[in-house]
Design a protein around this ligand. Structure first.
Ligand code: AHM
Ligand code: MG
Length: 336
């Protein structure tokens, strides 16, 4: 085992396993890291500004109100465009995909899909928020403009996926399809350091995360699963605990470390589900599977097998510890 411990060292180390690697991937990651550090700084300041600044005062970006989600989108977009490391970007904050037309960008083989600041409605109340990203190899020829087809790939085709959680500490967790590794940000050094190597869901998870306030709008299978979670059973450690932050990255991260399942079903309120397949479902499903977990949109329907139809497609999402998702699936199959 080598002694790397910073994210850049780790990536270079991994890259040496691929003699054909061009360094493009590590350059892309370094752009993402730089953007994450800038966002981390702004997210931390946002809390302070909200406490001390009267409503209507201009923030550091000259806006009357903080628009950190829009700002974050710009930071990631600029970081990726400036380094010439990707040919295109699709973002939850943009109506359509962006083609980076710079000379270097045109030669790049990767596209990025991003939710720049997930859970941003939580910013005002100091709850963790996150950035979620997916990286795909383009399917159209290098040198030509990117097309929708480069972005509408099944999640299984992801070259890498990850998230940054801006929480009590800031962490970057990612996978290139060879397990999941977590890096904690050391602010005084400005470095992400390997703190959670080879992350795997622990056995015997006992947490379920769902916005239970919408109970009456849920499908029967989910209503019955919630009742199952609340029943007494010492073998399966029930009743389970409910933990729901309302910030996908934070809920996912806790469940990954402690064992648990996250559920966002279809409902009469959100008939297609609320979360986005491309910006939230696929990257989180990729990480979940790589950590020994499971991710489905319904019974017998793996998230990563879906063929996306549009950039902002919504989906139901059930993901986390494999045995817990199996149980959700059992209820969906039996009761719909
Ligand atoms: P966003 O991308 O607009 O921030 O919405 C996604 C968020 C997730 O982080 C979170 O899990 C979910 O929406 C919470 O939704 P709800 O408030 O309906 O429970
Ligand atoms: Mg989101």
């Amino acid at each position: 085992m080598s002694t790397f411990n910073t994210l850049s060292e780790f990536i270079v180390e991994r890259q040496m396993d691929y003699p054909q690697a061009s360094g493009e991937f590590s350059a892309l990651f370094s752009a993402l890291c730089l953007a994450a550090k800038i966002v981390n700084r702004e997210v931390n300041k946002a809390g302070l500004a909200n406490i001390t600044g009267p409503a209507g005062e201009l923030n550091s970006h000259g806006e009357a109100q903080q628009k950190l989600d829009v700002y974050t989108n710009e930071v990631f977009k600029n970081a990726l465009a400036a380094r010439g490391v990707v040919c295109g970007l699709a973002s939850e904050e943009e109506d359509s995909f962006i083609y980076f037309d710079g000379e270097q960008n045109r030669q790049a083989k990767y596209v990025v899909l991003i939710d720049p600041l997930d859970g941003s409605s939580n910013i005002d109340v100091n709850v963790p928020v996150g950035t979620i990203f997916s990286i795909y190899r383009r399917v159209t020829p290098v040198g030509s403009p990117v097309t929708l087809a480069d972005f509408l790939q099944p999640g299984r085709a992801q070259a890498a996926a990850g998230y940054v959680i801006y929480g009590s500490s800031t962490m970057l967790v990612y996978s290139t399809g060879q397990g999941v590794n977590g890096f904690t940000y050391e602010p005084s050094l400005g470095l992400f350091c390997l703190s959670h190597p080879n992350m795997q869901y622990p056995r015997g998870g006992a947490i379920y995360s769902i916005n239970e306030g919408f109970y009456s709008h849920f499908p029967d299978g989910i209503k019955k699963y919630i009742k199952y979670c609340q029943e007494e059973d010492s073998v399966t450690r029930r009743p389970y605990s409910t933990r729901y932050i309302g910030s996908l990255v934070a809920d996912f991260h806790r469940n990954l470390i402690q064992g648990g399942v996250y559920l966002y079903p279809t409902s009469s309120r959100y008939p297609e589900g609320k979360l986005r397949l491309l910006y939230e479902g696929n990257p989180m499903a990729f990480i979940a599977e790589q950590a020994g977990g499971k991710a489905i949109i319904g019974a017998g329907q793996a998230v990563l097998e879906q063929s996306p139809q549009s950039l902002h497609q919504r989906t139901a999402l059930y993901l986390g510890s494999a045995d817990m998702v199996d149980k959700v699936e059992e209820f969906l199959r039996a009761f719909g």
